[in-house]
Design a protein around this ligand. Structure first.
Ligand SMILES: NC(=O)c1ccc[n+]([C@@H]2O[C@H](COP(=O)([O-])OP(=O)(O)OC[C@H]3O[C@@H](n4cnc5c(N)ncnc54)[C@H](OP(=O)(O)O)[C@@H]3O)[C@@H](O)[C@H]2O)c1
Length: 296
């Protein structure tokens, strides 16, 4: 039996928690900000997973440190997650950062030694309707670096049915996901769903944003091809027109948007390499100005 603490069991962490709990082979603890008593996760096949793991509401040690901590807060809640990590970790606790963006290590290296810190790329469409109430809308993909820590994480997920694997080129995996996410800022700015990409001018703008990501990613050492931009736009054109990305959904709901970890990361990396990223920078500045509490 492995012991696992999940910090921030929202859409992603709650889904992972319910699947791990269902195996009956793990001691699962949820570290929450907004309390709830049980988890319910609606699955894509129409069934529901119900789970009643241990729930902690403020950072305090467990009777023994967990083998794994999974951090599934939004990237901008890293300080709150770090308080939990400090309270829960033992010398052998491994910490997986399951978030979007490319700066997992940078965000958490002040709090976890590098040999215990695992960045994870997650592709898992899920939404939270209320604390502890989640809908998983599609298949779940996890990719981790091909090292001992990554392989150990895959053992933890064994039996869940998640598509989880190591990647020999994890850097490219992360940047490829960011290339997909970066143009989502346009939907959030316009408050328009996926179908807006069918407007040729919007498609050109989004393509330009992705090409900035590709240039920066290559400078970072990732293997991204320029044709990726056309492929992403084409896939978006074919996707259901009413799809809504999380930046868009967060802006509509008046929640903080995770734009700094996405377009902000592109701008920061661009500056490091002397590569201009004006489209991502404009999206970043405008969405930051629209964050809750920043509006005049
Ligand atoms: N959802 C998706 O479809 C999806 C897909 C791929 C990648 N991702 C990425 O996965 C990450 C998590 O996203 P998400 O959609 O799961 O976000 P989410 O539903 O907003 O869940 C985040 C959770 O973190 C909790 N939290 C924040 N600060 C905390 C603290 N100090 N202590 C304890 N809990 C805390 C929040 O609590 P409250 O209940 O108090 O808000 C919330 O339950 C993000 O980086 C996102 O970009 C998401």
């Amino acid at each position: 039996m492995s012991s696992v603490a999940i910090i921030g069991p929202g859409a992603i962490g709650g889904t992972i928690a319910a699947h791990l709990y269902a195996l009956g082979a793990h001691d699962v603890t949820l570290c929450v900000r907004t309390p709830f008593e049980s988890l319910e996760v609606g699955l894509p096949d129409g069934t529901t997973l119900r789970a009643t793991p241990r729930v902690l509401t403020s950072p305090s040690p467990l009777p023994s440190p967990p083998e794994w901590i999974l951090v599934t807060t939004k990237a901008y809640d890293a300080d709150g997650a770090a308080a939990w990590i400090r309270a829960l970790s033992g010398p052998n606790t491994r910490v997986a950062i399951i978030q979007n963006g490319v700066e997992h290590i940078e965000r958490f290296k002040p709090h976890v030694t590098l040999e215990r810190l695992l960045p994870v790329m997650v592709d898992l469409p899920a939404e939270r309707d209320a604390p502890g109430r989640i809908r998983q809308r599609g298949r779940s993909v996890f990719r981790v670096p091909a090292n001992d820590l990554g392989r150990n994480f895959l053992q933890l997920l064994e039996g869940t049915g998640f598509d989880a694997a190591t990647s020999d080129d994890f850097l490219s995996v992360l940047w490829r996901k960011l290339a997909l996410n970066a143009p989502g800022a346009v939907n959030a700015l316009l408050l328009q769903p996926t179908g807006i990409v069918r407007d040729p001018a919007i498609a050109d703008l989004m393509r330009g944003m992705i090409l900035e990501v590709v240039a920066v990613a290559r400078a970072e050492g990732a293997q991204l091809e320029e044709s990726l931009a056309d492929r992403i736009i084409e896939n978006q054109r074919k996707a259901p027109a009413d799809g809504m990305n999380s930046l868009h959904a967060d802006r509509l709901a008046g929640r903080t948007m995770e734009v700094d970890a996405r377009n902000g990361a592109v701008v920061r990396a661009g500056r490091r390499h002397g590569i201009p990223t004006p489209l991502n920078e404009m999206a970043l500045v405008l969405l930051e100005a629209l964050q809750p509490g920043r509006r005049s």
